[in-house]
Ligand binder design. Structure first.
Ligand code: F6P
Length: 344
């Protein structure tokens, strides 16, 4: 191994820079040069790179986002782009590269690995949504949960003053992990996730009970991907990205209106949106990102390609990329059942 690349793809997430730093530090210890591929797969399609040395990764541990930039480019959307990726990998004289991303980015990495055209790839899982299979946690999730929890804490005081129901819409397209964890940590009265269709009658009766029990405000945590029992997921923008995703949004507002209509309690909604992805990573995410970056370099040096780093219990392991992609890790229903004890 003389020269490797590293890229970050898909939605950014706190902790990406911790991985990049660990990869570069570990590579330099072993006299391996690192090329930063800019803006996800797009950097390999157009050949856009930046040099990475100890200087470029100094002081980035606490920084959110990614110093490499990211994109939702899917090289397999267009046959020519996939060929350009392979061509540029060769032109860049890479011996291997590390792809840091979620389901979409790692799906592309797995395809490249399976095509067996001499592309050596190792994956590192990231997503605030925590919905990647074959790893207990992804970095970024803990930071997002803490941001959403703090938002709930803040909404609580204004809810109490005005005797309102505050609905907080939290990220999570297909899985309600952030909503469930933030809802539990913030003591939400109702937690609504994409995995369980929302029953408005149930929600209203829980909120009515809260008042009957003498508390005159409530917090409802709802995932952006949740849907009413009799309805569809709320879509903000129909246009699909390169991986076929729409932009979700609107469930919080609709829910607040329905709650008002059914209970006559005044309700407001807040959308946390990208605030959950921004800013400095938590200590947990910095450490997990660092451990993943270190392990990814170990896999590269051992020529263990087609694998992804993974957290299993408190151990960092490797799993085939294949095990991580294809299906999503949805919420553990036992945990959701437990959370119901604290509803109302
Ligand atoms: O996958 C991470 C995520 O933050 C989702 O929770 C959210 O639905 C989506 O990305 C938003 O994507 P974008 O940044 O493209 O608007």
């Amino acid at each position: 191994m003389e020269r490797i690349g590293v890229l970050t793809g898909g939605g950014d997430c706190p902790g990406l820079n911790a991985v990049i730093r660990a990869v570069v530090r570990r590579a330099f210890e072993n006299n391996i040069k690192v090329v930063g591929i800019k803006n996800g797969w797009n950097g390999l399609v157009v050949g856009d790179t930046m040099g990475l040395d100890l200087n470029s990764v100094s002081d980035i541990l606490a920084r959110g986002g990614t110093i490499l930039g990211t994109s939702r480019t899917n090289p397999y959307k267009n046959k020519d782009d996939a060929a350009k990726v392979i061509d540029n990998y060769r032109k860049m004289k890479l011996d291997a590269f590390i792809a840091i991303g979620g389901e979409d980015t790692l799906g592309v990495a797995n395809k490249l690995h399976k095509e067996n055209k001499g592309i050596n790839v190792v994956g590192v899982p990231k997503t605030i949504d925590n919905d990647l299979n074959a790893t207990d946690f992804t970095f970024g999730f803990d930071t997002a949960v803490n941001i959403a929890m703090e938002a709930i804490d803040r909404l609580r005081t204004t809810a109490e003053s005005h005797h309102r129901v505050m609905v907080v819409e939290i990220m999570g397209r297909h899985a309600g992990w952030i909503t469930l964890y933030a809802g539990l940590a913030g003591g939400a009265d109702v937690i609504l996730i994409p995995e369980v269709p929302v029953d408005l009658e149930d929600v209203s009766s829980i909120l009515k009970k809260v008042r009957e029990n003498g508390k005159f405000f409530s917090i409802v945590a709802v995932a952006e991907g949740a849907r009413f029992k009799e309805g569809q997921t709320m879509i903000k923008e129909e246009q699909l990205d390169a991986f076929g995703h729409v932009i979700l949004g609107g469930i919080g507002q609709r829910l607040a209106a329905e709650i008002e209509r059914r209970t006559a309690f005044e309700a407001r909604s807040t959308v946390l949106g990208h605030i959950q992805r921004g800013g400095s990573p938590s200590a947990f995410d910095r450490v997990l990102g660092t451990r993943f970056g270190y392990k990814a370099m170990e896999l590269v040096m051992d020529k263990k390609f087609g694998y992804m780093t993974s957290l299993s219990g408190n151990e960092i392991k490797e799993v085939p990329l294949e095990a991580a992609v294809g299906t999503l890790k949805t919420v553990d229903m036992k945990l959701y059942e437990m959370a119901k004890t604290f509803f109302g």
